[in-house]
Design a binder for this molecule. Structure first.
Ligand SMILES: O=P(O)(O)OC[C@H]1O[C@H](OP(=O)(O)OP(=O)(O)O)[C@H](O)[C@@H]1O
Ligand code: HPA
Ligand SMILES: [Mg+2]
Length: 179
């Protein structure tokens, strides 16, 4: 375990088993719809890569980058689009691929933007859900794990851009972000 972590919540094996289940469910639900999977950079990049390998139907991918946490462990409350999609979403069945739903601000904002651009449908696949962090009423359509109200890192999730490359997910020692 990385020395900055207090504990590991989910091992690489547990994460991949869960991603596998989500991939199979999405394959069944989106058969014949040629869905557009939108990866929310940067946090969702590992989840996206593992998920699409487990989806057995044709799909397309696009990428959007948002930021609300910066180098902090609390949401700034303002979601910014740092990089937009390459292609229009009008008429497309969109699956937003997110690593975590915490306050819900990022997702609420993204859903609004995509529906405004006339996507045919917008659903959300989130690997982690922190229901106690919520400030907006919004839920994932496909959810991996429920996590406690603690700041977690690994498998794409960062603190100040670090720890994204850990293959597992754990809770950061508070002294690391209180430094
Ligand atoms: O529900 P919320 O409170 O909005 O938090 C969830 C969002 O925050 C994180 O992204 P961040 O803004 O840190 O950018 P990053 O993915 O590049 O780390 C995470 O990857 C989600 O996209
Ligand atoms: O717990 C978290 N960890 C990392 N990034 C995050 N973005 C929202 N919540 C979190
Ligand atoms: Mg972040």
């Amino acid at each position: 375990m990385h020395p900055d972590l207090e504990k590991v919540l989910f091992s690489e094996e547990e994460i991949l088993a869960c991603v596998d289940r989500m991939g199979r469910q999405l394959s069944a639900d989106y058969d014949g719809k040629n869905p557009l999977f939108i990866c929310v950079l940067k946090g969702a990049v590992l989840f996206m890569a593992d998920l699409v390998k487990r989806v057995t139907i044709p799909l397309e991918m696009d990428f959007m980058a948002t930021s609300s946490y910066g180098a902090a462990s609390k949401s700034s409350g303002v979601v910014r689009i740092l990089k937009d999609l390459e292609r229009p979403v009008e008429g497309r069945h969109v699956v937003i691929v997110e690593d975590i739903i915490d306050t819900g601000l990022t997702l609420a904002y993204l859903k609004e933007v995509l529906l405004h651009r006339r996507a045919a449908s917008v659903k959300v696949a989130a690997l982690f859900d922190k229901p106690e962090g919520r400030k907006m009423e919004i839920e994932a359509d496909y959810r991996g794990f429920v996590v406690p109200n603690e700041f977690i890192v690994g498998y794409g999730l960062d603190y100040a851009e670090r720890y994204r490359n850990l293959p597992y997910v754990g809770v950061l020692k508070p002294e690391v972000y209180e430094r």
